[in-house]
Structures are given as structure tokens and as C-alpha cells.
Design a protein around this ligand. Structure first.
Ligand code: TEU
Ligand code: CA
Length: 566
């Protein structure tokens, strides 16, 4: 295995609109990120992924790009980007940006042209198809559904035909079968790498190829259903990625992390990102995310973390990639509810937050922290659909309402708990009005718990969650255990234990035992097969041992350097 800089990095994901507002208009911006670089350096991260800030009508908060070569005016200017890259590099931090290549905004000049006529030179930049008539009524070309609800085809009057859009109506899908599209997108990637960025998080990359335009068997022809198989992980995606790799990623030595969503199998993941696939450096997958406890909230049951599911998900990816490739490690991102709400425990916020951090950061891979996770930010208490900003959250609410028109409160609750707006509320910097995010009214409400949960108070408390994250990063980047934490092997132990997620990291230097309790109660753990050499990290200062039995308090998490008694 060839060692790479990004294997030894710790990442931090920034959602620019909600990070820090430098010019008092209520919207986070690039200068705001620049002003907080020292904060990030203090935390210890050295790889920043910034979500899209390109020129956009903001139908999907910037994932709908109107001009790939310019910055949205609310976020700043190209000069701000250049300054930000320079300032990050001065501090030893790398920057990767979102590369949005599956779709553009419908206001992108290519699409403005494309929709004008069937023989427009840009027509084939997008995916157009005639509709169908069933029982005298007009229907889209297929019954495929879109991620944001409704059909994945949108009717366009000018030419009386449909264009494909697997996200919103304002996000037409690019036609990757067209070589001109490939070349344009290659040019875009080159331009940004020339500007000095260090790589990309590649958005929705698994969707670039489409199945033949035939109905999904999941529903009737006159209905609509989301059938991932129709536009996910199909064979040509690999051809496109190999081309991108050869022409851009490899020559620029760019770090590339493809988002392959929840639908890619592990085998698919390996195909995209093995050391010899010549496609991507890594892939983000969400398998562990489907183990969340959100359905319990909806059914009014007591929330319970599905630990067996989490262990299986993390374990299988670790196992498949142990020799084959490298993984990013992340609990979640800007599309999922907050970590503390999903997997943490409000009765033990500090202990559970620290345990979740340790469980993830001690694995083999490159950890990513999503902004606010380092202070344990939580979901927002949404009470009204008017508080939603995210297009898919609104659609979700109206969908639930249509199913049960007499239960608007229930519909709101269902949409709120999974809403992508939860991770997008403003970063909570301090106790001042609007949490120090802005001095003006923020574009999105600040979580009312900001006086309790904020950066300032945690930096002033050596025992805080923030310091725990800092310690984890120090251990991985600068401690004597560095080699083992970064490159050591990973082996899950106590596989069937219902409350503990334990694993061992091993290198020629040493063996580290990582113990994580997901229990609200005391758990006893037999340590007789190990000799503890040293405690590397713990979220309780005083874990008791009676003979060979370790007493783990609720959500205890501890890392020992050990010798195995064989
Ligand atoms: O998300 C992509 C996305 O939602 C799907 O590809 C995903 O596989 C599926 O929904 C399972 O979670 C990205 C961005 O992260 C998101 O914010 C954007 O809205 C979306 O692409 C469109 O650009
Ligand atoms: Ca601003």
C-alpha cells in the first residue's frame, strides 16, 4: 500500500451557509470560513470539505449550480476563494470542494439552450424523452420516482417532452453518455484544481448511468416509485470515472471522495475505490445510517440504538477495505439528522457524545467531523412546515399529509425528525444573540439550546466533548500511537455483544483495545485475556476494575494499550 497524505488527515465538513457570517447579512460566507480557520486549526483538523458555494438560484442550497466558474454573491467572490485556499494552505490544511456532476441548475446556460428546441446544439447535454399516453392521459416516459418526491421526469412545454431530474425540477440531469458533457465537466474540475484546491467530494456520483427507459416493476405504469436500480451504480459510471481519473484526478494528484449514497453494495464500493481501481480515492457510504433509531421516535417507542446493525455495517466495510483500499469515516453529513439525536443519549450527552466520537475515530480510515458535531449539536424542534427551508423536507411533509390529511401534527413530526434542515441550523459559537453566528437575523433559526451547547463554553471546559474530539485528533496525528491508529489493522472483537462495540487495532509497534459501551446501564467486561499496559483515552476519569473485570459506566469508552495473554 502506498501511503498518502489524506490517510493521515482528519477532515471537517463545512456547510458554508450555516458556518459563520462575516458581513452581517444573516448568511454564512467564505470570509466567515476564513475567519474561523484558526478555530479549525485549534481543533486539529487539516482537511476541509466545503459544500457548494458556486453561483446558484439555491433551489437545493447550491447543489443546483448555475455557473461552475463563479461564486454565489451571498457567499463572496472568487478572490475570497483564492484567499481562503491560501490561508488554509498556510496553516497546513487542505481543501476539497463539492464537484457536482450529475446535474446542473435549470438556469445554467446549457439547459436554457437545451430546452429551446429539439435541434439545439445543447439538446443532448441533458436527458430528454417523449411522454406516453395511457388511457388518453399524458404520462412521463417511465414510472421512475425522484429522490425529492414525484416523478424523475419533468414536462417541458416548449418542446412537448420530458427531461430527467432525479432530484428537484430545477436540477436537470446531465447526459453523461454525451462526450461533450464529459469534456466540459473535465474542464470544470481542472479549473478548480488549477486554482489550488486539493481534491473533491463528488456529489451523487453513483447516478451517472441510467438503465434502459423501461418501467420499474416496483409499481404500476401510471404510478411513481423510487427504484434505485434504474439510476445507481450502473456499469458506465465506472467508465466515466476511469476517464475522469486519467484526465484530471491522477495528473493533479487530487483526493477524490465519491458519494455513493446508501445504495452501493460493498462490492460496488470496492470497485469504485480500491487501490487499483483507478477511479476514486475513497467513497462515502451510509450503511450505518440505516441503523438509526428515528422510526422509534415516530412510533412513540423509547429510542434504542440498533447496535448490532451499526457493528455489522462498520465491520463489513472495514473488513472489505482492509487490504483493498481506504475509507472515509463519518457518522453523517449535511443530509442527515444530527448525531446526538440519532445515536446519542440526552441523559448522558457528554459521555455518549465522547463515546460516539471514539468509536468512529479509532477505526481505520480518514475521519470526518460534520460542523457542530464536535460540540454535540442536536436536531431542531420544528413545529411548523414554514420553518423548513430544505426542498425535500417540505415535499416529505406534504407527502405525509396527503397520506393522513387529518393529522398535520403527525406529518410534521415525521418530516421533522429526518429533515435535512436539522444539520443546517447555524453553527453555535457562543451565548450571544444568534449564537455568535451572525449579528443580523440568520437565514435559518438558531437552535434554542445554543446557550447550553456552544463552542465558547466547551473551549472553556477541559472536560468537554470539544476537548475529547481535540484529543482524538491529537492521538491520530501527533501521538506515539499514530502509526497504529492510522495504518494498523482493525479487528472487531466481542462481535455478538449486544451493548459493546469493541475492536482491536494492531501494528508492529503495539496493540490498542477500543471499548465502547452503548448501554445506559453499568456493563461488566472481562479483561482476563489482556494485560493493560497503559490507558490511552477514556471518557470517565475513574473506571473501576475488580480483578479482571472492568466496570463500564453508561456510555463508557476507553482505549487501552494492551498485551494479549495467550
Ligand atoms: O445527495 C445525494 C443523494 O441524496 C443521493 O444520491 C443519495 O444516494 C440518496 O438520497 C440516499 O441518501 C447529494 C447531496 O449530499 C445533497 O445535499 C444534494 O441535495 C443532492 O446530492 C443533489 O445534489
Ligand atoms: Ca454573510
Amino acid at each position: 500500500m502506498t501511503k498518502k497524505w489524506w490517510m493521515e488527515s482528519v477532515g471537517y465538513q463545512i456547510y458554508p451557509k450555516s458556518f459563520f457570517d462575516s458581513n452581517h447579512d444573516g448568511i454564512g460566507d467564505l470570509k466567515g470560513i476564513d475567519l474561523k480557520l484558526d478555530y479549525l486549526k485549534e481543533l486539529g483538523v487539516n482537511l476541509i470539505w466545503i459544500c457548494p458555494f458556486y453561483d446558484s438560484p439555491m433551489d437545493d442550497n447550491g447543489y443546483d449550480v448555475r455557473n461552475f466558474f463563479d461564486v454565489a454573491k451571498e457567499f463572496g467572490t472568487m478572490d475570497d476563494v483564492k484567499a481562503l485556499i491560501a490561508h488554509a494552505h498556510e496553516r497546513g490544511m487542505k481543501i476539497i470542494l463539492d464537484y457536482v456532476l450529475n446535474h446542473t441548475s435549470d438556469e445554467h446556460p446549457w439547459f436554457v439552450e437545451s430546452r429551446k428546441s429539439k435541434d439545439n446544439p445543447y439538446r443532448d447535454y441533458y436527458i430528454w424523452h417523449d411522454g406516453r399516453t395511457i388511457d388518453g392521459q399524458k404520462y412521463p416516459p417511465t414510472n421512475w420516482g425522484s429522490f425529492f418526491g414525484g416523478s424523475c421526469w419533468n414536462y417541458d412545454e416548449t418542446t412537448d417532452s420530458f427531461y430527467m431530474k432525479i432530484f428537484s425540477n430545477k436540477m436537470p440531469d446531465l447526459n453523461w453518455a454525451n462526450e461533450k458533457v464529459q469534456d466540459e465537466m473535465i474542464q470544470i474540475a481542472k479549473t478548480w484544481l488549477e486554482l489550488g484546491i486539493d481534491g473533491f467530494r463528488i456529489d451523487a456520483v453513483s447516478h451517472l448511468d441510467r438503465a434502459p427507459y423501461e418501467d420499474s416493476h416496483l409499481c404500476a405504469s401510471d404510478k411513481v416509485c423510487l427504484d434505485w436500480h434504474k439510476f445507481s451504480n450502473l456499469p458506465k459510471v465506472h467508465d466515466y470515472l476511469k476517464k475522469l481519473n486519467k484526465e484530471v484526478f491522477e495528473p493533479y494528484q487530487a483526493l477524490t471522495i465519491g458519494e455513493v449514497g446508501g445504495e452501493a453494495s460493498i462490492e460496488q464500493g470496492v470497485k469504485y475505490a480500491s487501490f487499483d481501481s483507478n477511479e476514486l480515492s475513497m467513497v462515502f457510504n451510509f450503511d450505518h445510517n440505516w441503523c438509526n433509531n428515528l422510526s422509534d421516535v415516530l412510533s412513540h417507542k423509547k429510542m434504542k440504538v440498533r447496535l448490532a446493525c451499526i457493528k455489522r455495517a462498520f465491520g463489513q466495510w472495514q473488513e472489505a477495505f482492509k487490504d483493498a483500499g481506504w475509507l472515509p469515516l463519518n457518522w453523517l453529513n449535511h443530509d442527515q439528522p444530527r448525531l446526538m439525536t440519532q445515536y446519542g443519549n440526552y441523559k448522558y450527552p457528554k459521555a455518549s457524545g465522547k463515546m460516539l466520537a471514539t468509536a468512529l475515530h479509532m477505526m481505520r480510515g480518514t475521519p470526518f467531523i460534520y460542523q457542530g458535531e464536535e460540540i454535540g449539536m442536536t436536531n431542531y424542534p420544528f413545529e411548523d412546515v414554514g420553518q423548513f427551508n430544505d426542498i425535500s423536507s417540505k415535499a416529505n411533509f406534504y407527502y405525509h399529509l396527503s397520506q393522513e390529511p387529518d393529522h398535520p401534527v403527525k406529518a410534521l413530526k415525521k418530516a421533522a425528525v429526518v429533515s435535512r434542515d436539522n444539520p443546517r441550523t447555524p453553527m453555535q459559537w457562543d451565548r450571544s444573540r444568534f449564537a455568535g453566528f451572525t449579528t443580523f437575523y440568520p437565514w435559518m433559526s438558531v437552535n434554542p439550546n445554543y446557550k447550553k451547547i456552544n463552542v465558547e463554553s466547551q473551549i472553556n471546559d477541559k472536560d468537554s466533548l470539544w476537548y475529547h474530539y481535540k484529543k482524538l485528533i491529537e492521538l491520530r496525528r501527533f501521538s506515539p500511537y499514530k502509526e497504529t491508529i492510522v495504518y494498523g489493522s482493525y479487528e472487531m472483537i466481542d462481535v455478538d455483544h449486544p451493548e459493546l462495540y469493541n475492536y482491536v487495532r494492531k501494528s508492529k509497534h503495539e496493540t490498542l483495545l477500543v471499548i465502547n459501551s452503548f448501554s445506559t446501564k453499568k456493563v461488566l467486561y472481562d479483561m482476563s485475556s489482556y494485560r493493560i499496559v497503559e490507558t490511552v483515552l477514556s471518557n470517565y476519569p475513574d473506571l473501576k476494575r475488580k480483578g479482571n473485570v472492568l466496570e463500564l459506566k453508561p456510555f463508557a469508552s476507553v482505549v487501552y494499550k494492551i498485551e494479549e495473554n495467550i
